[in-house]
Each structure stands twice: as structure tokens, then as C-alpha cells.
Design a protein around this ligand. Sequence first.
Ligand code: NAD
Ligand code: DAU
Length: 349
Amino acid sequence: MKILITGGAGFIGSHVVRLFVNKYPDYQIFNLDKLTYAGNLANLADIEEKENYQFLKGDIVDADWLDEIFTTYKFDAVVHLAAESHVDRSITDPLAFVQTNVIGTVNLLNTARKHWKENLQDHLFYHISTDEVYGSLGEDGLFTEETAYDPRSPYSASKASSDHFVRAYYHTYGLHVKVSNCSNNYGPNHFPEKLIPLAIHNIKNEKPVPVYGKGENIRDWLYVLDHARAIDVIFHEGKVGDTYNIGGINEWRNIDLIELLCDVMDEKLGREKGQSRQLITFVKDRAGHDLRYAIDSSKLVNELGWKPSVTFEEGLAKTVDWYLQNSEWLDNVTSGNYQSYYEQQYVNR
Ligand code: NAD
Ligand code: DAU
């Protein structure tokens, strides 16, 4: 089987690529990535020489190029993760999110449909999405697969739009699709613009840790490898045309999470207990900041037998250890060195 994974140089995508390359030596895995600021081939250094792995640098907004690679490689399936993924960036530049998340996804759908139309049933388009499409919860309740869409940021609006297009191609053209909507991921290789890696970076360097508003917003955190495991299960065993919610059953108020992280890091860095909490700095809130996300993943658990494999305490400890042991990775992505390297390395595209 030839599988095209988009966004494979990013945070979640790199874990999905590694899992598929190592677990399925008979599959040929193609990693399509534009290498934006968030894409980093260093995330995959350990598998780049594997025979069943190939990197394709390019942009999903470029429909002609997509047509070329589908013609050349004849993919059997697509696992689509490429996206602009940061809510704060979507507030300053919504159009970039429309380009990649909406236009890019529709380009991929069109290309898949064109190349697969003779035997749709033998192909699969698996779209990776987010719980943010469901909007913001109050104190009670969980997002289920039936919750009505209510996106409230340009990012979640663009992801909601892409989800609708994917389902429209299933109903209208018979393209075989699956969709999953996951809660907040954390773990190794997370770009340090997002809360947990940003806080780890700042605590390590004794810089202020910015907490938006009063830190009362709630997120449901899942270890990234458990998301990759869920994607594997849904890809192979999920029902065509269905949606699966993926969550950590692990809700944290931002302020409680950051205090826990400070304490974990104090211990690991040999600092006095409570020292890093002094770095916590309350800053201006995010515009339109969703209060609470929480996922009901019982469909995935009951129908496909998936469940998270690590507790939050274990996952957080592993994550902090990874960042402390990989300071070169962190220094590179925060300095922008790797961006200029890739600009020189890939002058042709
Ligand atoms: P990320 O920002 O770390 O990685 C995105 C990747 O997509 C990068 O490698 C980037 O170079 C690539 N990319 C961006 N624009 C592209 C384009 N036009 N063409 C080709 N490649 C392009 O994102 P992530 O956090 O790994 O998220 C991956 C997917 O999972 C996204 O679709 C996101 O919406 C979804 N998701 C993320 C989370 C989370 O907590 N991070 C949770 C649920 C769902
Ligand atoms: O729920 C899934 C989504 O989770 C994914 O679809 C997105 O791609 C991913 O970025 C993430 O979105 P969030 O906005 O929830 O993640 P972020 O890490 O940006 O913020 C987490 C919470 O922490 C949120 O309530 C905002 C807050 N925050 C964030 C940053 C960067 C802070 O308080 N301070 C910060 O500096």
C-alpha cells in the first residue's frame, strides 16, 4: 500500500509517519510537507534512511504539483494532517488558514477524486481534524460526534470548512473518507509557540510564562503518540464515511496545568520547590478565547478498542525529559536557524 501522509514534518504528522514506517514495513510511506516554520525534517532524522519512506517537498495549494505526484506515485490512500495549526496566528492572518486548510484540502480532494474515480472503493481519504470545530463548552458537557459545529476562531472556522468539504466529497462523489476530531495534543517535537512547549522553554530559560486572561480556560490533553495510535486504528478499522472523536479524558485549567509543569520542572532542574511558579505572568487574553473543550471518545473506545496508553503525569514527565535532552532541537526552532537551512537546501521549489 502506498500512503501519502501530508504535514508529516510537523508535530503530530512526524509521529504518525514514524509509527506507520516502523510498524508497516510493507507499506510505502510518502511524507508531503511544505516545510513552513512548523515543519522540520529533524523530527524524522531517525527514519529518513528507511527504504519504505520518502519525503516530497511541496505545497497542497499547488494543484498542478499534486496532480503530478498522484500520477507518478499512484497513492492508495491519503492521511491528511497538513494545516496551519496555531489559533493565535489565525487571528492575525486568517487568509493563510483559508489557503492551506480550505483551498489546500479541496485541492487534495479534487486530485484524489480525479485519480481514484475508476475504483473509489479501493482508496481512502482520511482527514485529521480538531475538537475546536465544535466551539466552546460551558462548565458541563462533552463534544460528541453529533455535536453541531460552532467554530469561533479563524483557525477552527477553516478546519470546520475543510471537514465539511471532506464529508461533501463522500456524499456527492462517493469518495471513501474518514474524519477524526482530536483534543489538544502534547509531547516531543511540539513547536514552542503552543502552551506546553512554550512554557517548558521559558521555564528552562527562567523567562516569564505567559498565561492568557486568568488562566481559567480548560483543555483536554492527549499524549501525541496516543493520537498517532488512534489514527492507525481508525485508518485500518474505522468505518468509511464515519467520524471519530479522540480525547484524553484529561481536562486541565491552564493555570493548574502550568503550576504542575513548574513543579515538575523544578524537580527535574534541581530548583527549589515553587521557584518556577514565580515566572507565571498573566497577560492579555486571546480574542474570542474558547472557554472549555472536552471530548467524548466513547465511540472510538467502544467500537475500535482504543484508549490512551499513558497518564498525564507520565506523558508530561516524558515530554519535559525530551525537551531537556533535546535542547539543540529547541534552540534551532527558536533561533530560526533551521528555516534558513531549508531555504538554502530546497532552492528549487
Ligand atoms: P503543525 O503546525 O505542527 O504541523 C503542520 C505541518 O503541515 C507542518 O509540517 C507544515 O510544514 C505543514 N504544512 C503547512 N501548510 C502546508 C501546505 N500548504 N502544504 C504542505 N504542508 C503544509 O501541526 P500539528 O499540531 O502537527 O497538527 C497537525 C494536524 O492535526 C492539523 O491538521 C491540525 O489541525 C490537527 N490537530 C492538531 C491538534 C493539536 O493539538 N496540535 C489537535 C487536533 C487536531
Ligand atoms: O483542541 C485542539 C487544538 O489544540 C488544535 O486543533 C490546535 O491546532 C492546537 O494549537 C490547540 O489549540 P489551543 O488554542 O487550545 O492550543 P494553545 O497551545 O495555543 O493554547 C492552549 C491554551 O493555553 C489556550 O487556552 C490558550 C492558552 N495559552 C496559550 C499560549 C500559547 C496561554 O495561556 N498562553 C500562551 O502563551
